[in-house]
Design a protein around this ligand. Structure first.
Ligand code: AMP
Length: 374
């Protein structure tokens, strides 16, 4: 059997968990990351330097056979440089679409996927025009480089237009979108292999606190088969249109009139971390299988599962591991306010037991503002 090395652009926890899933399949990994002691460093050589020089990128390209990335806010030029020499999955089209919210919305519109009404904003006058045409409140977002709610302004009244422009105008182009009164936030994660076969995980319910994911429930409670089927159809249509290979995530709002698409990520996603212990084949294994040209695996969630993010401060290992069916993942990152430094997955036979386990874990986690308490 010939050896295959996967090169991952980025060396954070997502790259680390890809490698942890791929190593048992006898896949090797290398990483491109400017910080040598990054979370992935234990699992393969790290290339890259402080200037992200072309020489370091070329050495990284030499190091592996096939490439992927763990974060979409990377220069498309890096991916194009790799693609000129070796295969990269997902391809440049998936990356370019997810890097630009206007392109993403245009794709949703073209595929008939419901999304919030929106407009491109280049000036304060455009903001006034969008407020008139779409109505208030509006969510103003940067078109590129946004994540975890960074670069956003909720415009509730017309008097705030100058303030919104003052806050974000320097980062124009912007987009304005109708504020969606959602009942909850959902995501669907799917994988597409090199032959075009698609498998979808069940919809996951996500709870955020100050723009950062706090915890996820899988499968999302009380989802009809129609809703799951329409989410699966949307993400399948997107992946097919882009010729996507690997894992993709579609974030959506659940509303009384149905699902509303918010954004895509061309990669494994925090809301899919529960799949490591909660699904027969995790999002990480499925991603590396697709990138390596292998068949993709089972995406069911046979028992209720939850994922709790560890944010800012580590809990005591023993306190977490004393809880039944709790699985601890530390990322090897230093503690810092608001930083994702690990997660916990917990599973149970039924939802009531799962809820009790979540409450018990909330009691031993340092930052659990959004979690239910006893
Ligand atoms: P995003 O960067 O688009 O994922 O947005 C970050 C968070 O802001 C989302 O998870 C939502 O909680 C909220 N949000 C984004 N867009 C909207 C919208 N159009 N209406 C209501 N809330 C939104």
């Amino acid at each position: 059997m010939s050896k295959l090395r996967i090169g991952v652009l980025g060396g954070g926890q997502l790259g680390r968990m890809m490698a942890l899933a791929g190593i048992p399949l006898d896949l090797d990994f290398s990483f491109y990351e400017s910080t040598p002691d990054c979370p992935s460093a234990r699992l393969g050589p790290v290339f890259g330097d402080n200037n992200n020089s072309t020489a370091s990128l070329d050495a990284f390209i030499d190091s592996a056979d096939v490439f992927t990335y763990e974060f979409e806010n990377i220069p498309a030029a890096w991916v194009e440089r790799i693609a000129a020499r070796k295969p990269v999955f997902p391809g440049v089209k998936s990356l370019a679409t997810s890097q630009n919210r206007l392109n993403e919305k245009a794709l949703f519109d073209r595929l008939g996927i419901p999304t919030a009404r929106h407009a491109a904003i280049h000036s304060e006058a455009d903001l006034r025009a969008a407020a008139d045409a779409i109505g208030l409140p509006l969510v103003i977002k940067t078109v590129t480089m946004g994540y975890d709610g960074k670069g956003q302004f909720v415009l509730r009244e017309a008097a705030q237009i100058p303030a919104a422009w003052a806050a974000l105008g320097a980062q124009a182009p912007l987009m304005a979108e109708a504020f969606v009164s959602f009942t909850r936030e959902l995501s669907i994660i799917a994988v597409r292999d090199q032959a075009g076969a698609v498998r979808c995980y069940p919809l996951t319910q996500n709870v955020h606190h100050h723009g950062i994911l706090s915890h996820s429930l899988a499968p999302a409670p009380d989802i009809s088969t129609d809703t799951q089927a329409s989410a699966a159809r949307h993400i399948t249509d997107i992946m097919k249109d882009l010729g996507h290979v690997g894992v993709m995530t579609l974030e959506m709002f659940d509303t009384p009139s149905g699902l509303v698409a918010n954004e895509t990520a061309p990669r494994v996603h925090n809301s899919g971390h529960w799949t490591i212990e909660g699904a027969p084949c995790s999002q990480f294994e499925n991603h590396v299988r697709a990138v390596a040209g292998l068949p993709v695996g089972d995406t069911r969630c046979p028992r209720p599962a939850a994922m709790l993010n560890i944010i800012g401060q580590h809990p005591a290992r023993a306190d977490v591991l004393a809880q039944p069916e709790a699985h601890l993942h530390f990322y090897g990152k230093a503690e810092r306010d608001g930083r994702k430094i690990g997660h916990i997955t917990v599973t149970a036979d039924d939802r009531a037991t799962l809820d009790a386990r979540i409450r018990a874990l909330a009691a031993v986690l340092p930052n659990t503002m959004a979690l239910p308490k006893n």
